[in-house]
Design a protein around this ligand. Structure first.
Ligand code: CTP
Length: 395
């Protein structure tokens, strides 16, 4: 990561931290300008790795070549108009620009500049030159700048930049060019305009699967019930409420999908009658009369569609169980015509709803594929995506 002299340096610290938390090994090069805003120690503290300045390091021989060659990606964030100009002309007067010349990996620039500098023909010409050479750009975003002016020039927010970075790194992943649909969250079955039946699903595991599929290079659609967690950057989101709505959205998206991960905790029952006005406490007969009816089984409908069209090619379902997890899981796999089923014992501590961890028994019709031990939902998602990618790629 290269950091140049802009007030957006404070966001660069957040980006370095987010990248590190996402598992990246982040080496930071600061220009003299950047050090006016932030110190190498700040970056070292969040990355746990060395950060570099123009002082040649005693430990690392020829650091620019080493840094440029070892990197999977060189991100310059923030990238000032001046550094853009230098890079466009191949100037190499500091460790950052020298490393940019030595780098053989993709380069992603996140420009940050104030007061119409971005629109200036010189900056635009430099950007055009860099783009022609394959350099990638994220932003700048529009909004209020340090001078108080409003316009195009703000560095893209670190969370979005992390999304761009993941997309660039995913380009050669095992699901590159593949279309993946993930359903997640609960569904809601209304009783009246203010009441509904639902469940405790937060959508975390499905969102982690969506992120893992994006990281593997897939084009991802997330069909989600009401959840408060953000949808991963780069995914297409389809928001639904009821099981019927989720069914329609999943069937449509799955028509041309390579893989479907049905992670949603779909409501199995809905009130058999709904009031279009709020039911009053005095309407006692309502309470007595209300019954439940079974909703659409989405995976069974997917199976019928798939039997005709062959899509989606691979289907992974989840099974939330409170007992006899293996037997019930296997039965669901066969009944719903799945390639894989990820069985969850939701009574297990640290697994299932409202926690960041999960423990999953992954089954296929051939038997146990993997016992995925208790770990983060992110790590579980990566294992599931790995197995589905392997099955799609025929190995
Ligand atoms: N599922 C579905 N449509 C439903 C209910 C569930 O497609 N109406 C999907 C879930 O998304 C999950 C799988 O089927 O991938 C198994 O869900 P689960 O709730 O464990 O099983 P059910 O089929 O609902 O059976 P039961 O409640 O009897 O365990």
């Amino acid at each position: 990561m290269g950091v140049t002299g802009s007030i957006a340096c404070y966001k660069a610290v957040d980006l370095a931290s987010k990248l590190t938390q996402a598992g990246a090994l982040v080496d930071v090069i600061l220009t003299d300008g950047a050090q006016q805003f932030v110190t190498p120690l700040t970056f070292r503290s969040v990355t746990g790795r060395p950060s570099f300045t123009d002082m040649w390091s005693r430990e690392v021989h020829v650091p620019h070549v080493g840094l440029g060659e070892a990197a999977d990606l060189f991100v310059v964030a923030p990238a000032t108009a001046h550094t853009l100009a230098k890079m466009a002309h191949g100037l190499a007067d500091n460790l950052l620009t020298v490393t940019a010349l030595a780098a053989r990996c993709p380069i992603l620039l996140a420009p940050a500049m104030d007061g119409g500098m971005f629109d200036h023909p010189a900056t635009q010409a430099n950007i055009a030159t860099l783009r022609k050479r394959g350099v990638l750009f994220a932003g700048p975003a529009e909004g209020r700048m340090a001078s108080g002016l409003t316009g195009l020039g703000r560095m893209v927010e670190p969370a979005d930049l992390l999304g761009y970075i993941r997309q660039v790194l995913a380009k050669s992943g095992p699901l590159a060019g593949r279309k993946v649909v993930v359903s997640t969250g609960p569904t809601r079955e209304p009783m009246d305009p203010v009441r509904f039946i639902s469940n405790r699903s937060t959508g975390k595991q499905g969102l982690a699967v969506a992120q893992a599929a994006l990281d593997a290079g897939a084009d991802v659609t997330v069909v989600h019930g009401p959840i408060s967690e953000p949808i991963p950057f780069g995914a297409t989101a389809v928001a639904v409420q009821t099981t019927d709505e989720m069914g329609n959205a999943v069937l449509e998206a799955a028509q041309s999908a390579d893989a479907l991960f049905m992670v949603a905790a779909v409501a199995d029952f809905r009130p058999n009658t709904q009031s279009d006005k709020k039911i009053k406490k005095t309407d006692e007969q309502w309470g007595l009369a209300i019954g439940l009816e079974v909703t659409l089984d989405i995976l069974t409908a997917v199976k019928a569609q798939r039997d005709k069209s062959g899509f989606p090619r691979v289907v992974l379902g989840f099974a939330a169980e409170t007992h006899n997890a293996f037997e019930y899981g296997r039965d669901k796999l066969l009944r719903k015509g799945l390639n894989f089923i990820a069985v969850n014992d939701v009574m297990d501590q640290g697994a299932g709803f409202e926690v960041d961890t999960n423990k999953v028994l992954l089954l296929s019709s051939a038997g146990v594929v993997e016992e995925i031990p208790l770990q983060s939902k992110t790590a579980v998602a990566e294992r599931l995506v790995h197995h589905v990618a392997k099955s799609l790629n025929g190995n």
